[in-house]
Write a protein that binds this ligand. Sequence first.
Ligand code: SAH
Ligand code: SF4
Ligand code: F3S
Length: 469
Amino acid sequence: MNNRKTVKISNEEIDQQIQYVVDINKMIKNKGFKYHIITYGCQMNVHDSEKLAGMLSAMGYTETSELEDADLILFNTCCVRENAENKVYGNVGALYPNKQRNPNLIIGICGCMMQQSDAASYIARKFPFVDLVFGTHNLHRFPKLLFDAINSKETIIEILDEEGRIVEDVPIKRNIGVSAWTTIMYGCNNFCSYCIVPYVRGRERSRQPSDIIDEVRRLGQEGYKEVTLLGQNVNSYGKDLDNPYYFPNLLMDLDKIHGIERIRFMTSHPKDLSEELIRAMAESSKVCEHLHLPIQSGSNRILKAMNRRYNREKYLELIDRVREQIPDIAITTDIIVGFPGETEEDFADTLDMVERVRYDSAFTFIYSPRSGTPASKMSEQIDDNIKKERLQILMSVQDRISKEINEAMYGKTYEVLVEGLSKNKEDMYTGRTRGNKLVNFTASEDVTGKIVKVKITQPKTWTLEGIMV
Ligand code: SAH
Ligand code: SF4
Ligand code: F3S
């Protein structure tokens, strides 16, 4: 149980940041300054980048898609797996010539990776041309930090260890469209033994229900049709709030908001998926028939070593209960292969669960040891080639199942929320079903932003094609 109190940042502190926004605005006035943000990692990071973009817009910066044109380049980093980190170092290093060409260019690095001990000092040593380094707990102090970076020759570094405070009212520059994200809680208390997230995002903190409801109401008024509620474990939303108010209550309240047609959320931890939540999902009309329920492994022995606090029997029971109440629900998952000590039998158990549950799709990962996590110190780390082999086998099983499930959609008609013209398919529109399946389809008029009916004419492994009916 989480006994921490969720405390909001003081108005005084917010006013200070607003003053820095105003000061930067004056400083860069009429200079046409542009920014470029490169984001790695999960949706929560993507949403944090929308907040950074919102603050930059308020300062008078405009966005550019070209690195070469940018006066400010920000890397919002992820450290959940090693390959995410390597990409950042490579891309930061490659900017050295840009900085030489344009000494006024500001390069900043923020996000989860910077929250690890040593990361900031490593950056300062290895890439001394970086101007600004900050972490996940002080995103709201970005205006001050940027002000200092612009006015200083030294690298500005600020990483806070302390979390537990929530900032509201940061301007957000969302991608214009039909679908918006909102973070409903920050941090994670679960400490799965492989995972770095609780170390870099801190403990669970829930936003106040009224703040979330007001935000979603505004989104509805602005024309967004879909909202995705974000949190590392949304099922434990509210456990740290003063009044009893939990995730199912939030879903039922958001269900009433005018203009919003679809509600999604991620991620759910199986140990916290309650009967009340399943009922709320079934009863609300706007919560989509899609559940992302990471299983991570199908072996009870490995699940225990991962500190996941459920077993395969409990997981299957949950799936049964969900499918009983929401018959056509799409279920997706995350799976890790090659966790320390994973034997051929353990891996066979994972494949067995994939066959039993029959996921619509799965994000599959090779276990990556993260410094500071218990699993990284476990003996019996698995050989890289075995990990890669297992990933290939797992992916081919999942692809077959995804294809079979999609093929069963052939000839049927689904509601699709249209995102716009497809980027890959000429003259086709693209959108998602309530089950979160991507559909490309032909339509005789511009249907962007609308919910239309599409008949599936060509099911594929990862996407579907159809015609509007
Ligand atoms: N909070 C979410 C997701 C967190 S990170 C959840 O609990 O489901 C997204 C996914 O990355 C995880 O579900 C897990 O499958 C994967 N992941 C996390 N740490 C990892 C590691 N050290 N190596 C490989 N995959 C990892
Ligand atoms: Fe990581 Fe586990 Fe928390 Fe998800 S629930 S963020 S996998 S520690
Ligand atoms: Fe990565 Fe941080 Fe998300 S580590 S997965 S960006 S919470």
